[in-house]
Design a protein around this ligand. Structure first.
Ligand code: SAM
Ligand code: SF4
Length: 325
């Protein structure tokens, strides 16, 4: 459907859990957090019912995220349930990859269409420092299993923070031999992300181009999101940037988010939206859910104000593992 600012909303990111097997420095405090009770999270049946409603208002693509979505049991059941809904063309996954290798066959059989894997470094000690878990080999096994899966679209997401400057060229280099999109995501001041150093797209481009040569913008649209992409000579894959801080892309925003507790979040920065769980659990009919979803999407904020010092009222107070990124 079209929101109040004329944008076509066809993409839903669903956080299936706030739990995670890692503790990335920009996402979770070292001591961990108090998890949401299982009973407070939506069941797969509840998520699938909501997805049927979302399909009716024009959502065509879903991404499962978290926390770590693969930390929730039998995720393939949810993938299959959503893929069975008429109009849902794609179900993708954003994951740290650590549990991916073992779960991938079931997910593919259920109809998974794409995987974005988060990886900020290829250096084992640095990976352990960033994620607070020494599991780089498992994450890489997940990445290579995904790259070997016929027909699966794979992207890699890296958050440049200064500390990992020396890893940006090796990470980009993964796109040389593989049909992989390696994307650099500007750290956003959400939760712990507000307290860390960050690199801008321009800074990352300078680092990459000085080692790999000039990058050429890709023509056409690639993916459903806000990324823009470049090619490099001799590369099979692409280099992408998601630059919420220096290249605001709110005018073309096509997405809404559903949290693990069933809150429909219409902008990453704000807490505005609608509590759908309460309606699911008080016996409301689909018409009520549909009208609530339509009203929330119509009221989707026009843009984020991450770069403003004013207008921060109603800002998101949660960390990314609670929102889904
Ligand atoms: N656990 C999964 C993963 O790491 O891919 C899915 C959830 S994670 C919250 C989704 C994405 O958000 C990851 O790529 C992570 O790097 C990114 N992320 C987390 N905090 C961020 C922040 N403050 N700014 C930008 N990206 C962030
Ligand atoms: Fe977990 Fe992903 Fe957050 Fe890292 S970014 S702590 S993997 S949810």
């Amino acid at each position: 459907m079209i929101d109040g600012f004329g944008r076509a909303i066809d993409y839903l990111r669903i956080s299936v859990t706030d739990r995670c097997n890692l503790r990335c420095v920009y996402c979770m405090p070292p001591q961990g957090v108090e998890w949401i009770e299982h009973g407070d999270m939506l069941s797969y049946e509840e998520i699938i019912r909501l997805c049927r409603c979302f399909a009716q208002v024009g959502i065509r693509r879903v991404r499962l995220t978290g926390g770590e979505p693969l930390a929730r049991r039998d995720l393939h059941r949810l993938v299959a349930g959503i893929r069975a809904i008429p109009g849902m063309d794609s179900v993708a996954l954003t994951t740290n990859g650590v549990l991916l290798k073992e779960q991938l066959p079931g997910l593919l059989a259920a109809g998974l269409t794409a995987v974005n894997l988060s990886l900020d470094t290829l250096d084992r000690a640095q990976y352990a420092a960033i994620t607070r878990q020494d599991v780089l080999p498992q994450a890489l096994e997940g990445l290579y299993a995904a790259l070997d899966a016929p027909g699966l679209r794979v992207k890699l997401n890296c958050v440049p923070m200064g500390d990992n400057d020396g890893q940006l060229v090796p990470l980009a280099g993964l796109a040389r031999e593989q049909n992989l999109a390696v994307r650099f995501i500007e750290l956003m001041p959400i939760g712990l992300g507000g307290e860390l150093p960050r690199r801008t797209e321009a800074e990352v481009r300078t680092i990459l181009e000085s080692a790999l040569g000039p990058m050429t913008p890709c023509g056409g649209v690639f993916g459903a999101g806000p990324g823009h992409y470049f090619t490099l000579p001799g590369f099979q894959g692409k280099i992408g940037f998601i630059s919420a801080m220096t290249h605001q892309f709110c005018d073309g925003c096509n997405r809404v988010r559903l949290t693990a507790t069933g809150f429909l979040k219409t902008c990453l920065q704000y807490e505005t939206g609608a509590d759908l769980r309460i309606l699911l659990r008080d016996g409301s009919k689909d018409e009520v859910l549909l009208e609530t979803i339509r009203t929330a999407i119509r009221q989707k904020p026009s843009r984020h104000h991450f770069n403003d010092q004013t207008g921060r009222q109603g800002d998101e107070r949660h960390n990314m593992h609670q929102i889904g990124g």
